[in-house]
Design a binder for this molecule. Structure first.
Ligand SMILES: [Zn+2]
Length: 461
């Protein structure tokens, strides 16, 4: 039985048209004006925008990095439900191996976490946390298994590799035209700054951002882009948060480098005064990179408006305030890093970006869906409403208003960094590969998510 979505306005990164959309099975089969009902069930979507399902290219839905570390409050089941309820139909989660284990084992672990539990479609960026001949060999194997993107770290002692290792990994990834994203912060400097403040007895959350100033990010971005230039690899920068780092990107682009920049809602709507909240509230905002100044926030919005910033994902990594964040009560460096956000991205960007006139709805579609799909080899299966694509469709009601609240959220965590914020625009219903899975912010059909196999064409060398 096919479905005919009638009377809505279909939006892509390049424009909008009042057209009807026919879905048959998992696919969109027709997009045109005045389609006849034939044997389709008609769904009246007039007054709404039809947006391609949002893709979150940066989540840690379920994370537990080795001995003694904490597991995230969300897992694949709860995180993916929160995602799809508000319009995110696919996530690219960060698959992170433990030291000494193979990428293949990590992939198997992540498949086990997601398979049968996820309410949105999913794939992963494979993290490379150490470099040796067997990991090198596995790059090709990952790509053959449909994992075309990788993640590396310049900070966190348990995750980071050396510049030489980053360079070698880039050379290997380049052979297969894979995509690499890096967490850019100078890990040595972060360690020094933490040690300094701790030695001085400066232990409140106020000091967290001071251990990771903009120079720590900008230096790492500059160095990473220099290494990428040597390796001749187009690269992605995840969660870019500062004006100075964005200036490093502009310099790289002026020397003709291909660079992709991701930022996150927390750097666009929150700022670093929140670390000074009463009753240890600042701990709720401890993430890395940290929240930044208003000046940085403005620079990021400018980057979004002029195209220097390519995508917005969330870096969703949720820890409860009580019992998890509070373990750092006497020492900010022990507060687990990360914030929830997979649920709130569409409403925040619509409210703070589109309704303020900063960006068009078309630009929002590019930032949250189409350009992510293109960058990570999901396009045109995902990221666009056209015949042949997966029927991942968000029926967006621009008139709906709401208030973000920890009490009503679906994320399985005891707070939200956006508590009390008023929003405009909301997913009225959400289709995942042709099935209506969410309505009015509630999931009506869960665990329908599937692994998305990605393909890239190898380049000739
Ligand atoms: Zn992350």
């Amino acid at each position: 039985m096919s479905i005919l979505l009638k009377g809505g306005i279909v939006v892509s990164a390049h424009g909008r048209r009042q057209v009807d959309v026919r879905i048959d099975g998992e696919k969109i089969v027709e997009v045109s004006t005045n389609l006849k009902a034939e044997d389709s069930t008609i769904e009246d979507v007039s007054g709404c925008f039809l947006l391609p399902g949002f893709i979150d290219a940066h989540t840690h839905l379920e994370l537990n990095n080795g001995k003694g570390s904490m597991s995230t409050a969300d897992n694949f089941y709860t995180g993916s439900k929160a995602a799809v309820a508000k319009g995110t139909t696919a996530v690219i989660d960060m698959a992170t191996p433990s030291k000494g284990s193979s990428l293949k084992d990590c992939l198997a672990t992540w498949n086990q976490l997601a398979s049968g539990n996820s309410s949105c479609d999913y794939t992963y960026h494979m993290s490379i946390i150490e470099w040796n001949p067997s990991i090198k060999k596995e790059i090709k194997e990952m790509i053959e298994d449909g994992i075309t993107s990788f993640k590396m770290y310049m900070a966190y002692d348990n995750l980071r590799t050396t510049d030489a290792e980053i360079f070698e990994a880039m050379r290997e990834i380049r052979k297969y035209q894979g995509m690499l994203g890096i967490h850019c912060e100078n890990g040595d400097l972060v360690n020094e700054m933490i040690a300094k403040f701790v030695a001085e007895g400066k232990l409140s959350p106020h000091y967290h951002p001071l251990t990771r100033p903009d120079s720590v990010e900008a230096e790492a971005v500059e160095r990473y882009l220099m290494i990428a230039k040597l390796a001749d690899l187009p690269v992605n920068i995840v969660h870019l948060s500062t004006k100075r780092a964005l200036e490093a990107v502009k310099r790289a682009r002026s020397r003709k480098q291909k660079v992709y920049v991701e930022t996150c809602p927390q750097y666009l709507v929150l700022d670093d005064h929140l670390y000074d909240g009463p009753d240890f509230e600042g701990a709720k905002y401890v993430c890395s990179p940290p929240l930044r100044s208003i000046n940085d926030q403005h620079a990021l919005w400018d980057g979004i408006m002029d195209g220097q910033v390519n995508t917005i994902s969330t870096d969703h990594c949720s820890f409860n305030f009580e019992g998890q964040k509070t373990t750092g009560k006497d020492d900010f460096s022990k507060i687990p890093n990360g914030m929830p956000g997979v649920e709130t991205r569409p409403e925040l960007i619509y409210t703070y970006g589109v309704t303020t006139g900063k960006i068009s709805l078309e630009r929002m579609v590019a930032l949250l869906s189409e350009d992510i799909a293109k960058q990570f080899s999901l396009y045109p299966q995902k990221g666009i409403i056209q015949a042949g694509s997966d029927a991942d469709i968000v029926i967006w009601d621009p008139k709906k208003t709401g208030v973000i609240s920890a009490a009503t959220q679906l994320q399985n965590v005891d707070y939200t960094p956006y508590d009390g914020m008023q929003t405009r625009g909301q997913a009225k219903s959400v289709y995942l590969r042709g099935q209506k899975v969410a309505e009015s912010g509630r999931v009506i059909l869960e665990k329908q998510g599937k692994f998305v196999f990605r393909n890239i064409t190898p380049i000739d060398e």
